[in-house]
Design a binder for this molecule. Structure first.
Ligand code: ZN
Ligand code: ZN
Ligand code: ZN
Length: 254
């Protein structure tokens, strides 16, 4: 008898398992639409019915899918949706801090947050107000349209390449410079120029010559003073004749 029970026990276990199975999900009715698992139903299947979706901006939800045929259900976790931010901005300026306002568009959420951005001098809105040119520099003035701060930028005028003193035009240039400078001195005949070979002559791409040098000449009080000069001049060619004309001349007591 004991042996017989031992032999029958696997069969008994099987019968018990089947009974449990029938009572829970009805293994006898095999559903041809979902194959007993509603998650296998396609998204647009007419046999799929979604019963609930409860995900919010910040919390995961659960979607219950039911097979319309066999009424089996399965649950799928749905990730939190995240906030649907509506953003408005007050831009920061050179003087005033900025603010970015976020508010969630989703019904029932009401979440808001702010982000500050600091005022920064790098946010000046520069508007050019004027410019002026000296012999060697261009000055450009700007004013900030927000805070009215002003600044001036200085750029060096390119004097071009240096001309060697062996060249003919070097002598024309230095000779012309001497004439032009003399025209500005009170006692031109008593002016003593440094040697022409020591003058610096540059020519730029627009054909303008820059001649730098020094002259010792009487000042307004008749006292001999060293002047540094820079002459900006052009050349006019007429046949074989070169004419230099005064373009600009700067004399500085030094
Ligand atoms: Zn089904
Ligand atoms: Zn939200
Ligand atoms: Zn400013």
């Amino acid at each position: 008898m004991k042996n017989l029970l031992k032999k029958l026990s696997p069969l008994f276990a099987l019968v018990m398992a089947l009974a449990l199975c029938f009572s829970l999900i009805g293994c006898d009715t095999n559903c041809p639409y979902c194959e007993n698992d509603p998650t296998t139903l396609g998204k647009s299947s007419i046999w799929r019915e979604e019963l609930s979706t409860t995900a919010t901006c910040t919390q995961d939800g659960i979607t219950t899918i039911q097979c319309a045929n066999c009424k089996r259900t399965t649950q799928i976790a749905v990730g939190a949706l995240g906030h649907d931010w509506k953003i408005t901005k007050d831009e920061a300026t050179c003087l005033k801090a900025g603010n970015t306002y976020y508010s969630c568009n989703r019904d029932g959420c009401g979440e808001t947050k702010n982000e500050w951005s600091e005022a920064s001098p790098s946010k000046h809105k520069w508007v050019k107000t004027g410019s002026r040119e000296t012999m060697t520099e261009i000055y450009t003035d700007y004013e900030c349209s927000v805070c009215e701060e002003t600044k001036t930028e200085k750029t060096k005028i390119s004097m071009g390449s240096s001309i060697k003193n062996t060249q003919e035009e070097f002598y024309y240039a230095t000779g012309a410079a001497i004439q032009i400078v003399k025209g500005q001195l009170k006692y031109p005949s008593s002016a003593k120029f440094i040697k022409e070979s020591q003058m610096e002559v540059h020519k730029n791409y627009s054909g303008i010559y820059f001649i730098e040098g020094a002259v010792s000449a009487p000042n307004a009080f008749g006292v001999y003073t060293d002047f540094y000069f820079i002459v900006k001049t052009k050349i006019r060619v007429s046949g074989s004749k070169f004419t230099w004309y005064d373009f600009d001349c700067q004399l500085e007591e030094g």
